[in-house]
Design a protein around this ligand. Structure first.
Ligand SMILES: Cc1cc2nc3c(=O)[nH]c(=O)nc-3n(C[C@H](O)[C@H](O)[C@H](O)COP(=O)(O)OP(=O)(O)OC[C@H]3O[C@@H](n4cnc5c(N)ncnc54)[C@H](O)[C@@H]3O)c2cc1C
Length: 291
């Protein structure tokens, strides 16, 4: 199918994009990589009267790093984030997750902000945003507001972005502990498909091998979730198999998977428990291997 007719305009700055959104945000959509929006338009699941192209806005593509965080402009391409060695050293979970996002071709066009704004419940980057406690900046002509990932994702394909707002950038916290490890895994029908269930974890150990802090998240329900209270039970332990099994079990019990032609809800929950345990062990092994 073809999209319904639409107008197209290129914004040259964030301010211009916000002004265009102020005028007709209810009928318009920003277009970034187009890897989700264009198929949605072709299937007529989205029918924007106007596309506002933000690809020419250099400020939205900046990646800046400091000791505390990586700040990624919303329109930075997924492939540029994936290939940035300094970024991978600072926030390694992002690169691990990106390897599972679609295909090289979709990552060449798709943007980090587009993935978060689209908010597919099975998408990898929203899960990483939850696990790391990322924050987003939303801008409109009225100013900017900052939200945590937990506030930003409100439901399947739904976020806190108002029609007049542009997602400007995302801040991904870096963990300072030297002995930190992370892991990401998922099960999908074919490589490059959206996950049936995905799991991500990050763990920091002290010099004695005890867990200082841990974060765990799962995608497989209606929204990607992190479980800070459940993961906190790892702190102070040596992350042995017993404690991992308990944490993985309780995290999997906290998601709300549905059934579809790919998998039943029961299978998804079982998978979530298995994958949660797997990423916790892998993250811990990586942290232990750090000199
Ligand atoms: C074959 C195929 C396989 C894929 N597999 C996966 C996969 O396994 N995992 C996965 O996560 N994704 C997958 N994707 C989707 C891909 O990752 C997209 O890049 C991503 O979902 C959207 O990013 P985009 O830059 O293309 O956004 P677009 O398609 O341009 O936009 C998506 C939505 O976000 C809005 N938007 C974009 N940027 C902003 C902004 N700055 N502020 C506010 N709103 C904004 C748009 O208005 C639109 O509603 C796949 C896509 C294809 C075509």
């Amino acid at each position: 199918m073809k999209a319904v007719p639409f107008d197209y305009v290129r914004a040259r700055s964030v301010a211009e994009a916000c002004e265009l959104l102020r005028r007709d945000g209810n009928d318009a959509k920003l277009i970034a990589g187009g890897q989700s929006l264009v198929p949605m338009m072709a299937m007529r699941l989205a029918r924007p009267a106007r596309l506002i192209d933000i690809n020419g806005i250099a400020a939205l593509k900046l990646i800046t790093l400091d000791a505390n965080a990586a700040r990624i402009g919303a329109c930075a391409r997924q492939c540029d984030v994936e290939r940035d060695a300094a970024l991978a050293a600072l926030v390694p979970l992002l690169k691990r997750a990106l390897a599972w996002v679609g295909h090289v071709q979709t990552r060449n066009r798709g943007t980090v902000g587009g993935s978060l704004a689209h908010a597919d419940p099975a998408a990898e980057l929203p899960l990483v945003a939850q696990v790391l406690g990322a924050s987003v900046v939303l801008r409109s002509t009225a100013g900017a507001r900052k939200l945590s990932a937990a506030e930003f994702f409100t439901g399947p394909l739904t976020t806190a972005i108002e029609p007049q707002e542009c997602l400007e950038g995302i801040s991904w916290p870096a963990w300072p502990e030297r002995r930190t490890g992370c892991a990401f895994t998922e099960v999908s029908r074919r490589h490059g498909d959206f996950a049936i269930v995905a799991a991500a974890a990050q763990i920091a150990l002290d010099e004695d091998g005890k867990c200082v802090r841990a974060s765990l998240g799962l995608a497989g329900g209606s929204i990607p979730l992190a479980f800070p209270q459940i993961a906190a039970r790892l702190a102070g332990t040596r992350v042995d198999d017993n404690v991992v099994a308990g944490v993985a079990h309780d995290a999997a019990a906290a998601i709300d998977p549905g059934s579809d032609l790919h998998a039943s809800a029961d299978f998804r929950r079982h998978l979530a428990e298995v994958l949660a345990a797997r990423v916790l062990r892998a993250a811990c092994d990586e942290a232990r291997a750090r000199p």
